[in-house]
Design a protein around this ligand. Structure first.
Ligand code: GDP
Length: 616
């Protein structure tokens, strides 16, 4: 390896004396010189030198194109077969990992574990309210951490027994999990509003639970309402083969009011009873495995994932693989934000230290060591990377991201900052480009790969990915497709509404001080589908929530064709005629924006939060 570190002279290259490998060498597409070299009895440096001689600048850890690999093989006289990074290999490795968990003991020998409970039911029947009520009633005031953290799941205690609740109501999350093969739920609470009865999503929820063979406990909610008719709701449920125990059936039904905290204790007791009957057990010994409930990128803490442990014990310091991400567990936090050292089955924990954001529903496993963890994750990532190989090759053309620019300067290299600038109007575009140009220094060049008027689009992202550019948006925002693609392609988008901040950020990046104190996190967006003009109230936007959730009181940006045309807050939020606190994606709602009246169909309402980011 030492010779890798020597300055390389391209005239130096002569193949190592070692004989060419015999037989066909199988090489995965988009392998790096570090991987290719040894397979052909050469060093990584040999590969790099050879390719340099061919005019291809690559580093030892960079993915190679098919051509590059074939060229080198021809030079060596090796016969090769290029294969797609195989799922087979991944499965083999995963099996290898999981082999250790084979349940060779009888389940009865395992300790009892808490049930994992998901709340489902028709929209507005009170799922969120119920989850909030259960959680808040069970956090003693003044307790360490005070209020619970929303990490996607939480645990409460009932008569000395723990119950785990998945904190995303509705069956969207439940089905998404199942689609990935993760059956995380042991019991479903089916919430049915006593004043509304069985509705379409009630039936969907019943079907999903049945398909998953998960027992249902019915919570007949809103019994405080004048027009509540619990009997009618039960009758309707009975028609769908959920016959209440009271009527000789075998479905537990509890009448509750999530709003007034009535019957909830009874509900929890019934859940404990069902859990007992189900006799849920899991091995607490050995390396943990389970499922990813949630995962996101936190600017201060890096990738953060909420994992639900299903077997074994997850400990701080464990090497884990979760989907295509891996890492050593740097910290474990429970649902109250407490640092803990280990987590046993049915315990949801936030994990810091993963390399990347995993997908909800991905399985996670603790690997025997970090090396194996990295390898499995790599195999998964590899297959994703093949698609973007073109991009890797293009990146050698130079250019650095905003974050990396300073390290390049420090390393004594002349750095080029490739930029794509998008702005709302021509005037501001010119102003931005002008001001940026003035920042150029001898050691940092600014290259404008593209500049244009309008929102940040998927095309911009593709261009940025291909040219390793950072996107700067002034008074414009990426649309949904662009945002998704940017995440996939790891393209950095920075948007500003104040030119001074924009210039300051780029300037700071150049002196290595890029450390924003606040990071904006988009919490939801909705599309305006209809406009209602209501006397004395003004315009209300009939919207469809596309992503995340819209909350009353949230900060909001109003976008038309990707351009910010208004900023303010969500002043009113309704579903049908009722005021609501929050509306999740996939639902319609009415949004009022205080004094803003200039609404048009197709406009986008984007809500966001400002979160404090720790200085690095
Ligand atoms: P979700 O869509 O099922 O999550 O429903 P929410 O929990 O958001 O509740 C919808 C609306 O019903 C909210 O305005 C709640 O305050 C209200 N709500 C929920 N539970 C009760 C209840 O037990 N009684 C009454 N009167 N209202 C309730």
């Amino acid at each position: 390896m030492a010779e890798d570190l020597q300055p390389m002279n391209i005239t130096d290259y002569t193949p190592t004396d070692a004989a060419a490998p015999t037989g066909v060498v199988v090489i995965e597409r988009s392998s790096t010189p570090l991987e290719v070299g040894p397979k052909m009895n050469q060093t990584a440096a040999d590969v790099v030198r050879f390719l340099m001689q061919q005019g291809e600048m690559v580093t030892a850890t960079q993915s190679l194109t098919d051509d590059m690999i074939e060229l080198f093989a021809a030079e060596i006289g090796a016969e090769i077969r290029l294969v797609d990074p195989g799922e087979e290999q991944e499965n083999e490795l995963l099996k290898l990992l999981e082999a250790n968990f084979e349940e060779d003991e009888l389940e009865e020998d395992y300790p009892v574990r808490p049930p994992v409970i998901t709340v489902m039911g028709h929209v507005d029947h009170g799922k969120t309210k119920l989850l909030d009520q259960i959680r808040s009633a069970n956090v003693a005031e003044g307790e360490a951490g005070g209020i619970t953290q929303h990490i996607g799941a939480y645990q409460v205690e009932k008569d000395g027994r723990l119950l785990t609740f998945i904190d995303t109501p509705g069956h969207a999350a439940f089905t998404a999990m199942r689609a990935r093969g993760a059956d995380a739920t042991d019991i479903v609470i089916l919430v049915v509003a006593a004043d509304d009865g069985v509705m379409p999503q009630t039936l969907e929820a019943i079907n999903h639970s049945r398909a998953a063979e998960v027992p249902i406990v019915v919570a007949v909610n809103k019994i405080d309402r004048n027009n509540a008719d619990p009997n009618r709701a039960m009758q309707q449920l009975a028609e769908h083969e959920l016959v209440p125990e009271q009527w000789g059936g075998d479905t537990i039904m509890v009448e509750i009011s999530a709003l007034q905290n009535l019957g909830i204790d009874d509900l929890l007791e019934q859940l404990a009873v069902v859990a007992e009957l189900e006799d849920l057990r899991a091995d607490t010994e050995g390396r943990a495995r389970g499922v990813v409930l949630e995962s996101n990128l936190d600017i201060g803490r890096g990738p953060v994932a909420t994992l639900l442990v299903q077997h074994g014990t997850l400990k701080r310091g464990d090497p884990v693989v979760a989907g295509a991400s891996w890492g050593r567990v740097r910290a474990l936090l429970d649902d109250r934000g407490n640092q803990i050292l280990e987590a046993q089955p049915s315990k949801p924990v936030q994990v810091l230290g993963l390399s990347d954001v995993a997908n909800a529903g991905d399985a996670f496993v603790v690997a025997p060591n970090e090396k194996v963890a990295a390898k499995v994750a790599q195999t998964r990532e590899h297959s994703q990377r093949v698609a973007s190989l073109g991009r890797d090759a293009a990146a050698t053309a130079g250019g650095a991201r905003l974050e990396d620019i300073f390290s390049q300067i420090q390393a004594g290299q002349t750095a080029t900052l490739n930029l794509i600038v998008k702005a709302d109007v021509n005037g501001s575009l010119e102003a931005v480009v002008d001001s940026l140009q003035r920042l150029g220094r001898e050691d940092v060049k600014l290259a404008f790969v593209h500049r244009g008027v309008g929102g940040v689009t998927a095309n911009d992202i593709q261009l940025a990915a291909a040219s390793n550019a950072t996107i700067i948006g002034f008074n414009v925002r990426p649309d949904r497709k662009a945002r998704e693609l940017a995440e996939l392609e790891k393209v950095e988008i920075r948007t500003y509404e104040i030119i001074y901040n924009l210039i300051e950020d780029v300037e700071n990046a150049m002196v290595g001080m890029l450390a924003p104190e606040f990071e904006e996190v988009v919490t939801g967006d909705a599309e305006v589908r209809e406009i209602f003009r209501i006397p004395r109230v003004g315009a209300v936007a009939g919207c469809y929530v596309l992503n995340g959730a819209i909350n009353r009181g949230s900060k909001v940006r109003f976008l038309r064709d990707g351009t910010v045309i208004w900023r303010g807050t969500v002043s009113s939020l309704k579903r049908f005629k009722e005021d609501v606190r929050e509306v999740q994606s996939g639902y319609e709602c009415g949004i009022g924006l205080s004094d803003f009246q200039d609404l048009k169909q197709g406009d986008i309402i984007e809500t966001f939060e400002e979160r404090e980011v720790a200085r690095v």
